[in-house]
Write a new protein. Structure first.
Length: 272
């Protein structure tokens, strides 16, 4: 029940973000049309009026980045989430994410993929395409904006609801980057709240994962404990920190460390 609750909240957050993006970006007009195989305009299909098949064709031809924004808008709805996956859109979006150098397009790609993680079939396609590695690489790029990094966290948060993605993420260096970022964030930062939510998802079902990387879990525990000691927590941050400690306490190699962390928090009269 705990993980199901997180899924609903995470999905709602992504949907709201995506809706906000669509309102801002759809104010711009683009005269780009869809080209058919002969190179002629196919009834002057505008990116705002195109269906999923036409949008994916635009992306394959690299004819308009605006098609990404339209897919981002459509990916809020279950029907289109399924269509995008069935038509090969997931592999295409991940390929574009690898090569994107524009923050606006990268952000839209991340939010679109976040919405597509809801279905298990789509998640399997993403996992097979090593999306975890791609998103971790984007997040570790110091040149990207804070907005893009926040979108990375939200996508990672959704991916971490699936055991296969969790197992992969816990093996990647990005966990240590996230732990460092949590330590350097403040209690008022939405970024820190999102990282804590990601850590909740990553630690929520450790018993189902073979060969868990204890170094990654240690980074999660240490950064969470230090964040609690250094900041005045919001109710949500306190709840998530408590969940992280509870999850880790069920993992045998972490029990002693969790006990020490709890004692440290108690010593400073920090109640979670």
């Amino acid at each position: 029940m705990e993980r199901n609750h997180v899924i609903v909240v995470g999905g709602a957050l992504v949907g709201l973000v995506c809706a906000g993006v669509a309102v801002a970006w759809l104010s711009e007009k683009d005269s780009t049309t869809l080209k058919n195989a002969e190179g002629a305009a196919d009834d002057d299909v505008h990116w705002e009026d195109a269906n999923v098949y036409e949008l994916l064709a635009m992306l394959r031809d690299r004819s308009t980045p605006k098609a990404v924004l339209r897919l981002c808008e459509l990916a809020v709805f279950k029907e289109f989430q399924t269509q995008i996956g069935e038509m090969g859109g997931i592999a295409l979006l991940i390929d574009l994410l690898w090569t994107s150098h524009d923050d606006e397009t990268t952000y839209a790609l991340l939010i679109t993929l976040s919405n597509l993680t809801i279905h298990s079939t789509n998640q399997t396609l993403m996992h097979d395409a090593e999306i975890e590695v791609v998103v971790a690489t984007v997040y570790d790029d110091v040149s990207i904006s804070t907005t893009v990094r926040s979108a990375c966290i939200r996508l990672l948060c959704n991916l971490a609801m699936w055991d296969s993605s969790t197992a992969t993420l816990l093996e990647l260096p990005v966990i240590h980057t996230l732990a460092t970022d949590l330590l350097e964030s403040t209690d008022e930062s939405e970024w820190s709240t999102d990282i804590l939510q990601l850590f909740v998802n990553l630690t929520g079902n450790l018993s189902a994962i073979k060969n868990v990387q204890d170094g990654a879990l240690e980074s999660i525990l240490e950064s969470t404990t230090s964040f609690c000691l250094d900041n005045r927590l919001t109710p949500r941050q306190a709840d998530n920190s408590k969940l992280i400690l509870q999850h880790l306490s069920k993992h045998d190699p972490c029990q002693e460390m969790v006990s020490q962390a709890t004692s440290c928090l108690d010593a400073f009269s920090i109640q979670l």
